[in-house]
Design a protein around this ligand. Structure first.
Ligand code: BES
Ligand code: MN
Ligand code: ZN
Length: 481
């Protein structure tokens, strides 16, 4: 674990690496001119030779000759900085300095709100790696990040809390499915939330039947490892409003009897990203001590093909009493979310937000980097979009087209779980709406951004922990002010 601390003035600090910001056309950012002076005349030629001009996303490393740092890393910030470009610059720097034990930086001295938090978050996430399943993991080399010239401790702490929550979600996603059977994942969720005063209830298979979580039970039928429903409640004294988060927790999605093709099926361990993000967000919200009640609900199961698996054409009864005809067992996320959403609305929260790797169709529509948002009304949509922008995660508001609802009409039950090829992400959202009724609600389809094919700034290959930061920002929007 990297420690983050507030350091002395730049010229009184030392370390294995120093990271300084540079704007377009080599305009020195905070700290860069001091260090450029110490380095000497050769610097400009060297940066020119490296074709480095301060563009965002670029960096140049030079030896720290004549300074008290082993190496100097100049990171580009481009023309205009915001919190997200600062996070990205810090993430890039973390990758470049991964072999340095003590890293100092003046990036946080850039003049924007929340700079120290953004630098802490970006650096810690850029330094993330998943090594739990290596027999001889290489110890991470970076031990310390020092914010030179001092930094606000509340800001650093916020960055650390958020990074820890995102890293938790990443690690849960990166775990192979055989290492995160539902009971194990439920234990991890309790471990990351309970120490911060969150009250956790775990429903086992008997309790799931007792509580009439029919969608979760139907999907779980085909699996040997039994399901769990986890409810995490954060209820700080004096909080008035309540936000409920519901996360899809499919620890492996084989498709069930409507089985998926073999190619790429291994990535379906990612299908519990929504649940992991909810647990991470609840943990962060509790650590930040936000003045809002939060309920996190995560139905967890495998979607497998065992002899007791549900068959295409089966009908089950969900928690809210609705009957559902299952025409495609691979549209399983919406079945477990149906119960989670029905449970969430029972306590009439001010808003219900579900988060799920729900449809390939959403990826077709928006690509790998952008999540879809569907909302019950414009106000909720605006709240989610503003929260996502502040958090630095990309979302696009999609239509909850009421005219498509009839595509989900079943011949024999109240509703069916698939509606044909066109607008598949929209009909999935309309299915979920059936279990929410008319309460304020938003659905976040994170099928694309939950997993990254390659590393980029603070994103690492594999699970991304996408959604954690937006949920924390949504909870912040519902605090009393
Ligand atoms: N977990 C998948 C969606 C998914 C696909 C997420 C690819 C990330 C990457 C979901 O359970 C699923 O299989 N959805 C089907 C729905 C269809 C059968 C109506 C899909 O999108 O193909
Ligand atoms: Mn599926
Ligand atoms: Zn799925």
């Amino acid at each position: 674990m990297i420690t983050v601390s507030s350091g002395n003035a730049l010229l009184e600090e030392s370390g294995d690496a120093l990271v300084v910001p540079v704007f377009s056309d080599l305009a020195w950012g905070p700290g860069a001119s001091d260090i450029a002076e110490q380095l000497g005349d050769w610097l400009e030629d060297e940066l020119a030779a490296q074709k480095f001009s301060g563009k965002a996303g670029k960096a140049a490393t030079v030896p720290g000759i004549g300074t008290s740092f082993g190496r100097i890393v100049f990171v580009g910030l481009g023309d205009e900085v915001d919190a997200e470009s600062l996070r990205q610059a810090a993430g890039l720097a973390a990758g470049i300095t991964s072999r340095s034990a003590r890293v100092a930086t003046s990036l946080h001295a850039v003049d924007i709100d929340g700079a120290a938090s953004a630098v802490t978050l970006g650096f810690l996430l850029g330094a993330y790696s998943f090594t739990d399943r290596k027999s001889e993991p290489e110890a991470p080399l970076t031990e310390e990040l020092v914010l030179v010239g001092g930094a606000d401790s509340a800001e650093m702490s916020r960055g650390k809390i958020l990074a820890g929550a995102v890293a938790f979600a990443r690690t849960m996603v990166n775990e192979p499915a055989n290492h995160k059977k539902p009971s194990v994942l439920a234990d991890h969720f309790a471990a990351v939330t309970e120490p911060f005063g969150v009250q956790v209830t775990v429903f086992d298979e008997a309790a799931i039947a007792q509580e009439r979580f029919g969608g979760l039970a139907a999907v779980a039928q085909g699996a040997t490892n039994p399901p769990r429903m986890v409810v995490m409640k954060y209820s700080p004294a004096g909080a008035k409003r309540t936000v409920a988060f519901v996360g899809k927790g499919i620890v492996f999605d084989s498709g069930g009897l409507s089985i998926k093709p073999a190619a790429g099926m291994e990535t379906m361990k990612t299908d519990m990203s929504g649940a992991a993000a909810v647990a991470g967000a609840v943990s962060a919200i509790a650590q930040l001590g936000l003045a809002v009640n939060v309920i996190g609900i995560t139905p967890i199961t495998e979607n497998m093909t065992g002899g007791a698996a549900q068959r295409p054409g089966d009908v089950f009864t969900a928690r809210n009493g609705a009957t559902v005809e299952v025409l495609n067992t691979d549209a399983e996320g919406r079945l477990v979310l149906a119960d989670g959403l029905a449970l969430a609305v029972e306590s009439s929260p001010d808003v219900v937000i579900d988060v799920a790797t729900l449809t390939g169709a959403c990826m077709v529509a928006l690509g790998k980097d952008i999540a879809g948002v569907w909302a019950s009304d414009e106000e909720v949509a605006a709240t989610v979009t503003a929260a996502a922008n502040a958090a630095g995660e990309k979302f696009w508001h999609m239509p909850l087209e009421a005219d498509y609802r009839s595509l989900l009409d079943s011949d024999i039950a109240d509703i069916k779980n698939t509606a044909g090829r066109w607008g598949g992400a929209i009909t999935a959202a309309l299915f979920l709406q059936h279990f929410v009724g008319d309460q304020p609600w938003a659905h976040l389809d994170i099928a694309g951004p939950a997993r990254a094919e390659k590393a980029k700034h603070y994103v690492k290959k594999g699970g991304t922990g996408f959604g954690v930061r937006t949920m924390v920002a949504i909870a912040e929007a519902y605090t009393e002010r």
